[in-house]
Design a protein around this ligand. Structure first.
Ligand code: SF4
Length: 214
């Protein structure tokens, strides 16, 4: 059984897949406590749902693209089995992970959107660095949520150290909602000389930051 916070259909709000129709399976629970976390409601509660029932709900929503997210979707062992079942059924699967848990056992058909936690999250010490060595340049993306100049400098250092511009399909720089001057961040990114991508959380611009299940 999985502990599930919500399953819903929307448009993908992040990554190079932004704008695509997508079903989200949001699993409950996370071992991290990023200070700017926008999904604290996933830390507790949720319903126990069998993988078969999750699959049935995903099938009924009719999207080719499915994202397994959280919380931390890999914190539940069954999360790995769900990803496997979704891949077996022919869905295009994205796994959005906070970067604390190893992706080694993840189904190779799934694409990973891997967070690297920056200092202002207060969880940078828990990054599982071997996950960066497993990134595949044809499908995996890496994301830095940036709060301030210190986070930006940290992101640049990690991008260089792990050669992320060639190791990952995309390097995403995402401002923490409401905490960053977007024009200033755009200037840092555009003048960096790096092959990276500024991303805004599309769903929050459409529905607002507090609305769930969209
Ligand atoms: S890893 Fe994600 S869900 Fe967990 S605390 Fe950080 S932002 Fe929130």
């Amino acid at each position: 059984m999985l502990r599930v916070t919500e399953i819903f259909r929307s448009v993908q709000g992040e990554s190079t897949h932004a704008g695509r129709p997508c079903t989200f399976v949001r699993l409950t629970g996370c071992p991290m406590r990023c200070v700017w976390c926008d999904s604290e409601y996933t830390f507790t509660g949720g319903e126990h749902v069998s993988i078969d029932d999750v699959m049935a709900q995903v099938q009924s929503l009719g999207c080719h693209l499915v994202e397994v997210t959280g919380g931390e979707p890999l914190a539940q062992k069954e999360g790995f089995r769900l990803v496997n079942r979704l891949c077996e059924s022919g869905f295009e699967v994205l796994v959005e992970t906070g970067g604390y848990i190893s992706t080694e056992e993840l189904d190779q058909r799934a694409s990973v959107i891997l967070d690297v936690k920056c200092p202002a999250s207060a969880e940078a010490s828990r990054n599982h660095w071997p996950n960066l060595d497993r990134l595949r340049s044809d499908k995996d993306e890496v994301k830095f949520v940036v709060v301030d100049r210190g986070d930006w400098e940290f992101a640049k250092e990690v991008i260089a150290r792990y050669e992320l511009q060639i190791r990952a399909k995309a390097v995403l720089i995402s401002p923490a909602w409401g905490q960053v001057d977007l024009k200033e961040l755009a200037e840092w990114i555009s003048s960096s000389g790096l092959n990276i991508r500024m991303q805004l959380q599309l769903h929050k611009y459409i529905w607002g930051a507090e609305v769930r299940g969209v």
